[in-house]
Design a protein around this ligand. Structure first.
Ligand code: ADP
Length: 467
């Protein structure tokens, strides 16, 4: 229904005045020439005005409905269309407005879907990304950027802020300004300090956009932390390996020079030096053997073993080999295996190496109290290898000195030792546990170390069960 206020009626009446004027002019002439009485003239004039008002009212009511509809559409694009009957022209206008609205709604939905799919693409990128406007303000980001800055570093919402409020490194800001001012593509390395230090390369690319608030440059961050860590580890490894070899080599060379020079004919010196030279040469051999083992395991770490192996015979072979050394340390080794122990998916040779390294460590570092070393093999509780199915647990337990808690996490690093001198004196290479760790990784298993000072240590290996 059209608005029925006094204001709209008076507006309608004013609209009706115009069309009345010609009729009233004719009536006036008739009255002046006395062809019509003044009473009849007034009555006719009023009748014309009423008729015109009614006529305009019916047409204008539809226009009012249309205006009302357009106003409602501004607030609610899905507002229902009014029912118009009186005017065909207004009905056509309404049909045109409705068609326009449909087109506009479709376009709006299309634009919304396009923006959403663009955001999905950005969010699926693993690297953090920022899109900047001409004034270096962030107009868009992706999930990785929000995770890195909003969640990890709690810097607050990113969109709308100057890039300088998020990344303060002058090299990155210079690169961004270069892309915005001179359309220059560039890269800058920077480090984010807390909570965990991470190094990134920011690749800045200019985008062509004429709108002031539109996208003008893209900043993509590539995390370099792991690569730098790997480079450092590689450099450390070469330095460590050379250092480990240099000491025994220098000692052997020294003895050879002495035996060729001043102690040429000294039989006592020869008898004293040769066993030491042998020990040093054996140390170098062990080191080279361990280095080769490690690189061999790493080389095929991605291909997991496929054989079903009964671990007990392998375990017994190792125990047999090590028993003499254990007896020298006044300690015995007991093996407890659960009945009907399932077989493991494993490489028997590598398992041999795992058991050998763990048992010789237990004898070396855990045998000094004379309490037996226990080896236990049993199916593990299902949750010990999360997401990897049932497993077999082979644990080597000693009652030796134990390992301080702060060293536990680093024990499987190459050349990491709790006590360097002691390890070397006992013939250790510092690579035994690194080899164990890499073999368990290749087996898609796990190594869990538990230790308490003064009470001893447990090294538990988990292997997937065959079948
Ligand atoms: P190493 O050749 O020095 O024995 P490993 O990689 O086998 O090298 O072991 C690293 C270090 O872990 C050892 O130097 C030692 O300090 C510590 N460790 C290993 N096993 C035991 C154990 N059973 N008891 C106490 N400490 C151990």
């Amino acid at each position: 229904m059209a608005p029925t206020t006094f204001a709209s009626f008076s507006r309608l009446a004013a609209w009706a005045l115009g069309p009345c004027v010609p009729a009233w002019a004719v009536l006036l002439i008739l009255a002046l020439t006395e062809r019509l009485s003044w009473t009849a003239t007034l009555v006719s004039g009023a009748a014309v005005f009423v008729m015109m008002t009614v006529l305009v009212l019916t047409r204008l009511a539809d226009f009012d409905l249309l205006i009302d509809y357009a106003e409602r559409m501004l607030a609610d694009p899905d507002a229902p269309a009014p029912q118009l009957q009186r005017s065909a022209t207004v009905r056509r206008l309404l049909a045109a407005i409705t068609a326009l609205r449909k087109l506009w709604t479709e376009r709006r939905d299309e634009a919304g879907a396009l923006a959403k799919s663009r955001q999905n693409i950005l969010d699926s990128l693993p690297d953090p990304l920022f899109i900047l406007d001409h004034r270096r303000r962030i107009v868009s980001t992706n999930g990785a950027a929000r995770e890195l800055f909003e969640m990890e570093r709690a810097v607050g919402p990113l969109v709308g802020r100057d890039l300088a409020g998020i990344i303060r490194d002058p090299k990155v800001l210079e690169a961004a300004d270069g892309a915005l001012g001179q359309s220059k593509k560039s890269e800058a390395e920077f480090t984010l300090p807390s909570p965990v230090e991470r190094t990134f390369i920011a690749a800045v690319v200019p985008l062509s956009s004429s709108a002031q608030d539109g996208p003008a440059a893209l900043v993509l961050l590539h995390d370099q932390t792991d690569r730098l860590k790997m480079d450092q580890m590689r450099a450390d490894f070469v330095a460590n390996a050379s250092h480990e070899l240099r000491t025994p080599l220098a000692s052997v060379l020294g003895f050879i020079e002495t035996l060729l020079g001043p102690a040429k004919d000294d039989e006592k010196a020869r008898n004293d030096f040769l066993p030491i030279m042998l020990t040093q040469a054996e140390r170098m051999k062990r080191l080279i053997d361990d280095l080769l083992s490690l690189s061999r395991i790493e080389l095929h770490e991605h291909t997991r073993p496929t054989e079903a192996v009964d671990v007990i015979p392998t375990l017994r072979n190792v125990v047999e080999l090590i028993e003499k050394q254990a007896a020298d340390n006044k300690v015995a080794i007991t093996v407890k295996a659960a009945p009907d122990l399932p077989r493991a998916i494993a490489d028997a040779n590598e398992l041999y190496q795992v058991f050998f390294n763990l048992l010789s460590n237990a004898v070396k570092y855990g045998g000094d109290k004379g309490v037996d070393i226990e080896v236990a093999a049993s199916p593990s509780r299902p949750n010990m290898m999360p997401g990897r199915g049932p497993s077999l647990r082979i644990a080597v337990r000693d009652y030796g000195e134990g390992i301080p808690r702060e060293h536990l996490a680093r024990l499987t690093e190459r050349f990491y030792r709790v006590d360097n001198a002691r390890s070397r004196q006992l013939g250790g290479t510092g690579l035994g546990l690194a080899i164990v760790k890499h073999i368990t990784i290749r087996h898609r298993g796990a190594l869990i170390i538990d230790s308490e000072i003064g009470k001893g240590s447990t090294f538990a290996v988990y292997l997937p069960i065959a079948g």
